[in-house]
Design a protein around this ligand. Structure first.
Ligand SMILES: Cc1ncc(COP(=O)(O)O)c(C=O)c1O
Length: 367
């Protein structure tokens, strides 16, 4: 296991982890940066290939990649180009040339650690739309069963449920929540009031992309659980942005991606399904393991030939995130988001659609 100092050294930050700024003895024990330490965060900025003339404001669509991510991915592409003839092919332990057939255990374990799940509960996907569609298509519902969501969901999160409604006669029901939302109690009350005895699925964005609102999903999942409602969270905007603990949230499933806030290459995502519920979900893309329940995450991960170099890039992005320290990243994003909102609120003509309750906000600010 790498020490923090060794890890920081690998991305050129060790010089900042030593007492160079006149820190007192106490702070030298843990001389890590605050959310507003420009020297440290400029050093992080230097790790990105993005031109220094540019300021990038749209990681909600696709994020900037650190140099190490691009390098790891392109190195592997070159390696495949040169060495494909050496591929052992049947060696299951080598996840080297293609994805889509092997269990990808090493990367699934890193993802599981990040969101507090077990690797068996994690499947690798290409994006959030894949993961959400896997659940929408894979759950067995009867005509008349209700699938509840809000009026502010992304098409990649909700369309699988609309398809399910049209094809199988289940009911796709949206509840209107205001924009901006005042506070989490308001969102909670509106959603809980919309549950009926026919509600079988609750699908919600953990963070709504059109406002940046972090919904009170833990409380909503608890309420849904009491009524036997399956809960699925769309985490497109959360991974690498705010802390995620699926055990604490106690949702039944969670779909996320890494190409937004984690700085991974496009085409990298995951689906978490709680172990108890894995058997309830049929796979949508079927390969040899379609009905093999020994390793449930592998059942969904095995989905035909895929691009391994992007997983090398993903692996590098997870290491980069962990080397800095997830909590430091989340605190920095929150700091920058808050600073922006505080400034904007002083300008009379600016209308902010992000929630008024600051605890519901992180890095996304919508005007
Ligand atoms: C809330 C939400 N859900 C789903 C998606 C779709 O994500 P992907 O393109 O990874 O499938 C997005 C994309 O912006 C999103 O913001």
């Amino acid at each position: 296991m790498t020490t923090r100092r060794a890890a920081l050294k690998s991305i050129g930050l060790s010089a900042l982890a030593i007492p160079a700024f006149g820190l007192d003895a106490k702070s030298q024990i843990n001389p890590m940066p605050t959310s507003n330490d420009p020297t440290y965060w400029n050093k992080i900025r230097d790790q990105f290939m993005l031109s220094h003339d540019s300021v990038f404001f749209n990681p909600g669509t696709v994020g900037a990649m650190p140099r190490v991510v691009v390098e790891r991915m392109t190195q592997h592409l070159n390696y495949i180009g040169e060495h494909v003839a050496d591929w052992a092919y049947v060696d299951d332990n080598k996840e080297e040339f293609i994805s889509g057939y092997n269990n990808l255990m090493s990367i699934r374990t890193k993802v599981a650690n990040l969101i507090h799940a077990s690797a068996a509960e994690i499947a690798m996907t290409d994006n959030v739309t894949n993961g959400m569609s896997y659940i929408a298509n894979g759950l067995t519902l009867q005509p008349g069963d209700e699938m509840l969501t809000t009026n502010q969901e992304h098409s990649g999160g909700q369309s699988g449920f609309m398809l399910k409604a049209k094809r199988y006669g289940a009911v796709f029901k949206t509840v209107v929540i205001p924009k901006p939302i005042k506070n989490s109690q308001e969102a909670y009350d509106i959603i809980v009031k919309s549950f009926t005895p026919k509600t079988k699925v609750l699908m919600l964005s953990h963070m709504i992309s059109g406002s940046g609102a972090i919904l009170p999903v833990k409380e909503l999942c608890a309420e849904a659980k009491k009524r036997g409602i399956f809960t699925l969270l769309d985490g497109a905007q959360t991974v690498g942005h705010i802390a995620i603990d699926v055990r604490d949230l106690d949702c039944d499933a969670y779909a996320g991606c890494f190409h937004k806030w984690m700085g991974a290459p496009a085409g990298t995502g995951f689906l978490y399904v709680k172990q108890d519920h894995m058997k309830d979900v049929w796979t949508t893309i079927a390969s040899g393991r379609w009905d093999n329940h020994d390793d449930e995450g592998f059942r969904f991960t095995q989905r035909g030939t895929g691009n391994f170099p992007v997983l090398k890039g993903l692996d590098a992005s997870l290491d980069f995130h962990n080397e800095i320290g997830p909590d430091k990243v989340y605190a920095r994003i929150k700091f920058l988001g808050l600073r922006l909102r505080e400034g904007l609120r002083k300008i009379n003509k600016v209308k902010i659609y992000s929630p008024e309750e600051e605890a519901m906000c992180a890095g996304i600010t919508v005007l």
